[in-house]
Design a protein around this ligand. Structure first.
Ligand SMILES: C[S@@+](CC[C@H](N)C(=O)[O-])C[C@H]1O[C@@H](n2cnc3c(N)ncnc32)[C@H](O)[C@@H]1O
Length: 200
């Protein structure tokens, strides 16, 4: 696996704007965001280091927020790969489309629960990697479990589901849903994050 190059720091004005947009939306939808600030570059690097970019053709990101992972994915993914980004929050959809225009990326304003339909509408087959930053434990009803089940179905046999959470509460559900689950922990993040790699 090729190690990722160090995640770049952003210019202060862009970073401040992102922080403000993210915090404003946290106060509007705390359960959908789960955190008041975007992920740290340490967490982004830890997760994306597990991607074998050379063999990646289709990637999906759930809940990009202000694009903390998206920006790095676009920087590292191959020229002929496709990235589908799914986000429920319209402010973030508008922001991502405006700030990171890229012909390899399609931004969908919708829920990760509809991943199967979203891929079918685009004639995309199975996915190499799904990267998720959504707060599964605080999502309403059975939305979290529906997303996990649908995700297992769309990932190719050699593919991986990469996700982080702020508590280990989701672990039993991950074990029930996926054939193999590996765990790591990233302390340099607000909040410190549990990171999981799941095989379909
Ligand atoms: C903790 S934020 C993560 C933002 C970014 N990935 C990061 O790590 O900084 C969670 C994001 O998931 C989005 N979200 C929540 N439920 C979702 C769903 N069912 N489908 C897609 N996005 C969702 C929220 O709007 C929010 O942008």
């Amino acid at each position: 696996m090729k190690p990722a190059e160090p995640t770049q720091r952003q210019a202060p004005p862009a970073r401040q704007h992102q922080m403000a947009l993210f915090a404003r939306n946290f106060f509007k939808h705390p359960k959908m965001l789960g955190s008041i600030i975007p992920s740290s570059r340490f967490l982004v690097r830890r997760m994306l280091n597990h991607i074998d970019w050379q063999r990646t053709r289709v990637l999906v990101e759930y809940g990009p927020g202000v694009g903390t992972f998206t920006r790095e994915i676009l920087r590292q993914m191959p020229a002929d790969a496709a990235l589908i980004v799914i986000e429920t929050n319209e402010d973030f959809v508008d922001y991502i489309q405006r700030v990171y225009p890229d012909p390899r990326m399609q931004v969908v304003h919708g829920s990760a629960a509809d991943i199967e339909q979203i891929l079918a509408e685009r004639d995309l087959g199975q996915v190499d990697y799904v990267i998720a930053g959504i707060p599964f434990s605080t999502l309403p009803g059975h939305v979290g479990e529906s997303i996990l089940n649908a995700t297992r179905k769309v990932i190719s046999p050699a593919g991986t589901f990469l996700l982080y959470q702020f508590s280990p509460r989701l672990l039993p559900t991950l074990h029930r849903t996926f054939s193999k689950v590996s765990r790591e922990f990233e302390p340099i993040n607000f909040l410190p994050a549990h990171f999981y790699r799941c095989k379909p």
